[in-house]
Design a protein around this ligand. Structure first.
Ligand code: NDP
Length: 214
């Protein structure tokens, strides 16, 4: 199985890359820095084009759209949430996901029964809206919506799309007091990705296998 991961240089993405490598899978780690096989800044269309050129006709069985930013953590409602943060966050968490899928469609089509996993967040659920973090929440809600609509369109091509909440994870983003380790998140997510099928395409699930409300 050939697996391409965005944001594979640290955090959950690095954990997923190590997990699949340990199991003998072909992992194509991408990122904008660090030890990655292909450089990819998901916000830059020219970076996607260069990745597509580097991959050529390589078939991708599993694409994991993991790269993400959370720039408005703890922002002040009076003075925070600047327009630049909205633009940067959406460029990464939403546009970045779309451009990645779009660039890799030819490679996904080359695999038999390819899958796309979008790492969203429970913070993108509109049924769970405690307030704050407006930018991150809105971007992840958009990522969920994008995943749902990609699932509808790609079903005809036998490409399944799943959307996931990885848990509150001990990474740079989640912080040291988060509920679960990156290893726990990775093991749960890998099981979810394995279970994803055309029957369940468009699902929004937690790392430990619960259906997440939209
Ligand atoms: P980290 O902050 O630890 O890592 C984020 C990763 O995304 C890094 O590899 C980073 O690369 C990459 N990235 C950010 N911007 C870009 C870009 N423009 N192009 C390419 N790569 C980029 O976060 P986590 O590992 O915790 O998060 C992974 C995913 O899980 C994210 O989508 C996040 O929103 C989601 N998530 C995480 C939760 C948590 O508790 N940790 C909870 C819910 C969801 P670089 O080193 O270059 O910055």
């Amino acid at each position: 199985m050939t697996i391409l991961i965005t944001g594979a240089n640290r955090g959950i993405g690095a954990g997923l890359a190590a997990h699949y490598r340990d199991r003998g899978e072909e992992v194509i780690g991408t990122g904008r820095s660090g030890a990655v096989r292909i450089e990819l800044d998901v916000t830059r269309p020219e970076s996607h084009a260069a990745m597509a050129r580097a991959l050529g006709e390589t078939a991708i069985d599993l694409l994991i759209c993991n790269a993400g930013v959370y720039l408005d953590k703890g922002a002040d409602p009076e003075t925070g949430y600047g327009a630049d943060l909205w633009a940067q966050t959406f460029a990464t968490n939403v546009t970045g996901v779309f451009l990645t899928v779009q660039a890799l469609l030819p490679n996904l089509r080359r695999a038999r029964g390819a899958k796309v996993a979008i790492i969203a967040s429970q913070m993108g659920s509109s049924t769970r809206a405690p307030g704050g973090s407006y930018i991150y929440r809105a971007s992840k809600a958009a990522a969920v919506n994008l995943g749902r609509n990609l699932a509808a369109d790609l079903k005809a091509e036998a490409i399944a799309v799943g959307i996931y909440h990885p848990g509150w994870v001990q990474t740079d983003m989640g912080g040291p007091t988060a509920e679960i380790t990156a290893e726990e998140a990775v093991h749960g997510l890998a099981q979810r990705f394995a279970a994803l099928s055309l029957e369940t395409t468009g699902c929004f699930e937690t790392w430990d296998g619960l259906a997440h409300p939209f």
